[in-house]
Design a protein around this ligand. Structure first.
Ligand SMILES: Cc1cc2nc3c(=O)[nH]c(=O)nc-3n(C[C@H](O)[C@H](O)[C@H](O)COP(=O)(O)OP(=O)(O)OC[C@H]3O[C@@H](n4cnc5c(N)ncnc54)[C@H](O)[C@@H]3O)c2cc1C
Length: 374
């Protein structure tokens, strides 16, 4: 199959950015929006045959440039994977491009809800949230997203489709993998009755196409003034270490006031539900808490950005030198391979790399973002 046999390849002629506002893609690249698993299979097989690279992007809410196409890459976007299907009671099958807050609205209309999803506003999609790991206010009762996904359909780096179930070795490694192991086409998510409905009827067979949110409405508290940047740095630790973590963060922040305007600290408790916590999230098997520093970079200038990157490095240093701390590196600013290695630790990084070599042996997906290309 030639590139022209992919009917909807579009040529984008301007650079795109991600939520960090700090990095941008090349200015001219092909983009493809698959409608189905078969489309993904075709595009991956074609890429393998032609020795092309693919870059995945959903809503671009990650901050590390991992969703930005580089030279010779085709961008695969998920905005046409919007099907929501009610197939089996207690669950819903959702296309990877559906924004979680949009899904929540759809579910509410039929009396159901997602047990947990992201904080803030309509941002991450199902595919992007699995890629990050997924935590939110509901985690206090329902754990991480990994506790709330029953199965995931992915296309691997050879163009083979797999349905991965909880309990399969690869399942837990998908959470935090940021598109390194496969393209997520669809996920089956657990649902619960919504707060105001009593024993809602599950309409087996019902399906709906979620609307695509090209530009989410950003609430005022997240809107930036011109020349300002939003940052956040998340530290994850066992609950009993929270107080010490807060005091370490306070000390760290002290020398950055004036350049970074820190906002009130957030903390999400993440209940341990007797299922393994994903290795790319945290090694501790027990209740965790995610807390951190967030706010505004007051001026996007050379000096401002360099202070932000200094803070970023100091934050990584803090989380890697303390045995109980980890950072949520995969969805935040660092974008150097060494940062991933440093944050995950040699053992986890090494295992992740061997899974990469198995699931995407030609490094077709998101090349050079987390691993050195062979
Ligand atoms: C305002 C805001 C609020 C947030 N709140 C939370 C929160 O409460 N909890 C939390 O856990 N995180 C939160 N995040 C982080 C966010 O969940 C992650 O950055 C997430 O990855 C973004 O999802 P996205 O759909 O925009 O994906 P993108 O940023 O477009 O992509 C993320 C990564 O996943 C890959 N990818 C995208 N789609 C697919 C696919 N279908 N298959 C395989 N790989 C794919 C991309 O290549 C990229 O590496 C927040 C981010 C923002 C900006």
């Amino acid at each position: 199959m030639s590139q022209s046999a992919l009917p909807a390849v579009e040529q984008i002629t301007h650079p795109i950015g991600d939520f960090s506002g700090m990095r941008s893609s090349i200015g001219n690249f092909p983009q493809y929006a698959p409608h189905s698993a078969q489309d993904v299979i075709n595009v991956v097989k074609h890429a393998v045959q032609k020795n092309h690279k693919l870059r995945f992007r959903a809503q671009g809410h990650s901050l590390n440039g991992g969703s930005l196409p580089k030279p010779e890459e085709t961008l695969i976007v998920s905005h046409k994977l919007q099907q929501v299907r009610f197939k089996s009671p207690g669950t819903v099958c959702v296309g990877s491009g559906v924004v979680l807050w949009t899904l929540q609205d759809i579910l509410k209309r039929v009396g159901f809800a997602l047990p947990m999803y992201n904080d803030g506003y309509p941002g991450p999609t199902v595919g992007g949230y699995i890629g990050a790991g997924g935590i939110g206010p509901g985690s206090i009762e329902y754990g991480g997203f990994w506790n709330n996904v029953a199965s995931v359909k992915i296309v691997d780096g050879l163009g083979e489709l797999h349905e991965i179930h909880r309990g399969d070795e690869i399942f837990n490694w998908l959470f935090g993998s940021m598109g390194q192991l496969g393209y997520i086409v669809e996920a089956t998510l657990k649902i619960i009755p919504s707060a105001h409905s009593h024993q809602p009827r599950y309409a087996t067979g019902y399906q709906v196409t979620a609307p695509f949110l090209e530009k989410p409405v950003i609430p005022l508290e997240f809107q930036l003034q011109e020349n300002q940047g939003l940052f956040w740095f998340t530290l994850v630790c066992p609950t009993e270490h929270l107080e010490v973590a807060h005091s370490s963060l306070k000390t760290l922040e002290r020398s950055y006031h004036g350049v970074l305007q820190f906002q009130e600290r957030y903390s999400y408790q993440i209940k341990y539900l007797d299922e393994p916590t994903p290795p790319l999230f945290h090694p501790y098997q027990g209740d965790l808490v995610a807390t951190g520093a967030w706010g505004w970079l007051l001026e996007i200038s050379e000096q401002g950005l360099s202070r932000l990157l200094e803070f970023d490095d100091a934050f990584t240093e803090l989380t890697t030198t303390h045995p109980h701390y980890r950072r949520y590196i995969q969805s935040e600013l660092p974008n150097a391979i060494n940062d991933f290695r440093r944050c995950f630790g040699e053992e986890v990084y090494g295992k992740f790399e061997s899974l990469k070599n198995h699931w995407d042996p030609h490094h077709v997906f998101n090349a050079g973002s987390v691993f050195i290309q062979p």
